[in-house]
Design a protein around this ligand. Structure first.
Ligand SMILES: C=Cc1ccc(O)cc1
Length: 178
C-alpha cells in the first residue's frame, strides 16, 4: 500500500503486520475510533488473539498515531504508529503472572474473559515485565472500519505470509477461504 497517512480517518480501518526488533511478530487492526483487534504470531504469547478490545486512539500530529489500552489480563499496551515510515514503537507492560504462565493467555481471549480476570487475581502482578521495542511494518492494508473478516480465526504458521502474498483477502477485503 502506498497511501500517505495524514488524518485520523486515514488510520482508522487500517490493518498492519509488524515485527518488533526482539523478533516478536504482531498483527493489529484499527477497527474503529475506540476498538482494536489483534493476533500474535511470534514471541512470548504467540497464538493469542483478541477481538473488540477497547482502546484510546488519537493522532498526535499529521500521520503519527498513539494507541493505548488495558486488558482483562492486566496487561497494558501503548503503541505509537508512524505508518508513513513503516515504523511502530510499542511498550507492553505485562503483569508478572503473564510472564510466569503465558500459556493461560494463549487462546481466543474473547471466549475466556472470566479466566483472565480470575488469573489476574490469583497470581502475582509485580514486578511487571516492561517490553519497549521498535517494530518494522511488513504489511499495511486498507480493510475499512468494522470489518469482522480481518481478525477472524486463530493464528497459524504462514498466515502473515498468506496476507502479504495477497492470498488471504479478496478485492473487498473479505477472507477468501472461509
Ligand atoms: C498485548 C497486546 C499487544 C498488541 C499489539 C502490540 O503491538 C503489542 C501488544
Amino acid at each position: 500500500m502506498t497511501k500517505t497517512f495524514k488524518t485520523l480517518d486515514d488510520f482508522l480501518g487500517t490493518h498492519f503486520i509488524y515485527t518488533y526488533d526482539n523478533g516478536w511478530e504482531y498483527e493489529w487492526y484499527a477497527k474503529n475510533d475506540h476498538t482494536v483487534d489483534y493476533r500474535i504470531h511470534g514471541g512470548m504469547v504467540a497464538g493469542r488473539w483478541v477481538k473488540d478490545q477497547e482502546a484510546n486512539i488519537v493522532m498526535l500530529t499529521e500521520g503519527i498515531y498513539k494507541v493505548a489500552w488495558t486488558e482483562p489480563t492486566g496487561t497494558d499496551v501503548a503503541l505509537d504508529f508512524l505508518p508513513n515510515e513503516n515504523k511502530v514503537n510499542g511498550t507492553i507492560f505485562f503483569p508478572k503472572w503473564v510472564q510466569d504462565h503465558p500459556e493461560i493467555t494463549v487462546t481466543f481471549q474473547n471466549d475466556h474473559i472470566d479466566l483472565m480476570e480470575a488469573s489476574r487475581e490469583k497470581y502475582a502482578t509485580y514486578p511487571k515485565l516492561v517490553v519497549p521495542e521498535f517494530a518494522h511494518i511488513t504489511y499495511t492494508g486498507d480493510a475499512g472500519q468494522n470489518n469482522e473478516d480481518v481478525i477472524a480465526e486463530a493464528p497459524y504458521k504462514g498466515l502473515p505470509d498468506d496476507i502479504r502474498n495477497g492470498q488471504y483477502f479478496d478485492q473487498n477485503y473479505h477472507r477468501i477461504n472461509k
